[in-house]
Design a protein around this ligand. Structure first.
Ligand code: NDP
Length: 481
């Protein structure tokens, strides 16, 4: 389990035991499974230097060959899916049942997709009478990726794949909670043919991220994290006019009308609140249910939630695992206490589970009102808030009454209403009769306080490259005097 060393820099594992100790804890048992060290100044310097030195040459490769490296990496990841999924489960505590289909596979999709796009990233020819111009799509340079702990493999690849496809290099800092998986992505990219220095991983807490963002060699930062961290990192990037992508948190509405297929809506509410034990940024944590189906919805929801198989996430039968850490568990417990004290009706769960590790029951509150803390703040745990509503206009106004705007969904049998409502929701990703599917083919990112920029799809290319214009004069130059 122990990684070969803490960091992956310039094509090789690198250790510097002088860095702060960062024990890696398996969330299902609380046991230490590995030890890494935070990057020292020397490690950070080595990583930025390697990325800087490698970038120009990597950008000069034939684009189709850059793409081939990424596609080879995708194949290696797919071939090792089980082993990588088992590591993701140890790093995060998420059930193997989930990681086998949602993590390394998603990373492989991103590498395959952006590998395919690499050779298509061209500019255009602009006729200007006798003169003409052309544009070139050029890389930004060294990109820094900073990850949250919920999807360590996926986040490394969602940032690394488009960055590398465009001819950039990357220094990636995983969350200190989940340092292991990104090292495997670095190893695999090297094996697939990426030159040393093209994708580097350094460990550490926020301070290491800060140093990476502030370094003058860094051209861009892409952060996945909370809204408060996003504000800090965005401000730091802006101070040096650096490019930035911010993938932040949400408090997204899932709106269920009377005419919805109830079982499908219940499934969506379960997926949108309990997958990854609720540690998903785009979760639909405000579940608005129209009064006509409220009782049947709550009854079926509670019955099905009682069927969750809670246990060791390494067991493929388990479909609900622990929180990532004791700290996150405490945060979630304090929100549950607030829900109760502010008058929400607890219909399911609400307790820490008495076993080793950081387990809490899937929790559902009914009769939640818009002003309650659990309806306003991102909890990032398995706590669903069910709110009642009467009319379409009312629910749209209430759904949008938040500073965040990552996602949202509507469940209805009325197609016209479905489109009308999702068009009115201020969020970057909205679903009709579905929830939380984020394939690489479609852009993903937030509106309002949920961030700037988009990951995935062709949209991501805009955020890892820039346009350079070349004006070509074809006649002698005239001047006024
Ligand atoms: P945090 O914001 O606490 O941390 C995110 C990352 O930023 C970590 O690697 C952290 O380091 C690092 N960091 C913290 N401070 C700084 C700083 N000043 N400069 C640079 N880097 C810094 O988020 P969590 O890890 O707790 O993740 C949960 C959050 O992520 C939730 O809000 C969730 O909604 C959001 N998220 C958003 C997604 C999206 O795509 N929109 C997807 C997944 C999660 P460290 O923690 O190691 O100290």
């Amino acid at each position: 389990m122990q990684p070969v060393a803490s960091h992956f820099v310039n094509g090789a594992y690198l250790e510097d035991a002088g860095g702060a100790r960062m024990p890696v804890i398996f969330p299902a048992t609380g046991e230490e499974i590995a030890l890494v060290h935070a990057a020292t100044d020397a490690v950070i310097e080595a990583a930025l230097n390697a990325a800087f030195e490698a970038q120009k040459d990597w950008a000069d490769w034939m684009p189709v060959e850059r793409g081939r490296v990424l596609r080879r990496a995708a194949d290696l990841i797919r071939a090792r899916n089980r082993e990588l999924s088992a590591l993701e489960t140890l790093d995060t505590g998420k059930p193997l049942q989930e990681t086998l289909v949602a993590d390394a596979t998603s990373a492989a999709d991103a590498l395959e997709y952006f590998g395919g796009l690499a050779a298509t990233l061209t500019g255009e020819h602009v006729p200007l009478g006798g003169d003409w111009a052309y544009t070139m799509r050029v890389p930004l340079g060294v990109c820094v990726g900073i990850g949250a702990w919920n999807y360590p493999t996926q986040i490394a690849a969602w940032k690394g794949a488009p960055a590398l496809a465009c001819g950039n290099t990357m220094v990636f800092k995983p969350s200190e909670q989940t340092p292991l998986c990104a090292l495997k992505i670095a190893e695999i990219l090297l094996e697939a043919g990426a030159p040393p220095g093209v994708f580097n991983v350094v460990q550490g807490a926020g301070a290491v991220g800060e140093t990476l963002v502030e370094d003058p060699r860094t051209a861009k930062v892409s952060l996945t994290g909370s809204a408060p961290t996003g504000k800090k990192v965005y401000a730091s990037a802006a101070a040096q006019m650096k490019h930035a992508t911010m993938e932040l948190g949400g408090k997204s509405p899932l709106i269920i009308f009377d005419d919805a297929d109830v079982d499908s809506a219940v499934s969506a509410a379960i997926n949108a609140n309990f997958y990854a034990s609720g540690q998903v940024c785009s979760n639909g944590t405000r579940v608005f249910v129209q009064s006509g189906i409220r009782d049947v919805f709550l009854e079926r929801l509670a019955a099905r939630t009682a069927n969750a198989t809670i246990g060791d996430p390494r067991d493929e039968a388990t479909n609900f695992g622990p929180m990532v850490s004791e700290d996150q568990l405490s945060i979630v417990c304090s929100y549950i206490e607030k829900g109760v004290s502010e008058g929400a009706r607890l219909i399911c769960g609400g307790n820490r589970i008495e076993r080793p590790g950081y387990f809490i029951e899937p929790t559902i509150f009914a009769d939640v009102t818009d002003d309650m803390t659990i309806a306003r703040e991102e909890i990032f745990g398995p706590v669903m808030a069910v709110l009642d509503f009467a009319t379409e206009a009312e629910v749209i106004a209430r759904a949008n009454d938040t500073d965040l705007g990552l996602s949202g969904a509507v469940f209805t049998a009325d197609l016209t209403r479905g489109h009308r409502v999702v068009h009115a929701i201020d969020a970057g990703s909205v679903w009709i009769n579905q929830y939380n599917l984020t394939p690489v083919e479609v852009p993903f990112g937030g509106m309002k306080g949920s961030g700037v920029g988009r990951e995935n799809a062709k949209a991501a290319i805009e955020h890892y490259s820039q346009i350079k214009t070349v004006y070509v004069g074809m006649s002698p130059v005239e001047a006024a005097f």
